[in-house]
Design a protein around this ligand. Structure first.
Ligand code: SF4
Length: 213
């Protein structure tokens, strides 16, 4: 990577981690997937109960494979043959998990996590329930402020997510959001997490590369 771009990203990461720390959330930077897995192993106790939110980032970084390796009581919403009733059961169990892992749609230099969710099963345990929440994000999701976060999520992350989920919505045909009234709309809960009462309950691991949507 060009050294000036590296410098810019470094500053952006520094500002974001500083702002997160001021809001009682712990910001951690790792350079790649290998370091990410080491940090997660150090934070998540063996045999503890672990749930996840829907996330391309967790899949492509090998975090889901780690959780499936047998060292954890993993609430696997992706397990083969799972019924929708079983999946709903896992969503409820996630509230009492020791650790809940997911990604975020955007993270601001002011230390805010911005997410749009369809049924709330990802954002609800981020807000309340699990003893610890670990958010894994690539540098591509760092933005300056909430306005940029909403723009990024509505016009980029949400249409790609709708496409991944094979939704029949205007964005999966046009490639951008039209704030649709479709019954298949996936943008139903707009949530900004701006801080935590319990210090470091939320830990944000920023990986030094582009990941997910
Ligand atoms: S509001 Fe509708 S059109 Fe916009 S991103 Fe969400 S599902 Fe797509």
């Amino acid at each position: 990577m060009d050294k000036n771009i590296s410098w810019f990203i470094e500053k952006q990461v520094e500002k974001t981690i500083h702002a997160l720390n001021q809001k009682n959330m712990k910001g951690i930077f790792v350079k790649d997937e290998t370091e990410l897995i080491e940090v997660i192993q150090s934070l998540v106790a063996k045999n503890s109960v672990v749930g996840v939110g829907d996330s391309v980032t967790l899949s492509e970084t090998g975090v889901l494979d780690l959780l499936r390796n047998g060292d954890y009581a993993f609430l696997d919403k992706y397990k083969e043959g799972i019924t929708s009733e079983e999946k709903k059961g896992i969503y409820i169990q996630n509230f009492s998990a020791d650790t809940f892992l997911c990604s975020t749609n955007a993270i601001t230099e002011e230390g805010e996590l911005y997410n749009i969710d369809g049924n709330g099963s990802r954002v609800a345990p981020m807000i309340y329930g699990p003893k610890q929440v670990i958010i894994v994000t690539g540098i591509n999701k760092l933005v300056r402020n909430k306005e940029e976060a909403e723009k990024r999520t509505r016009n980029y992350a949400a249409p790609l997510d709708a496409k991944r989920l094979h939704k029949d919505t205007p964005c999966t045909k046009m490639g951008h959001c039209v704030d649709c009234k479709s019954p298949n709309r996936i943008c139903n809960a707009f949530v900004t997490i701006s801080g935590q009462l319990v210090k470091d309950r939320i830990k944000v691991i920023i990986v030094g590369k582009a990941l997910g949507y």
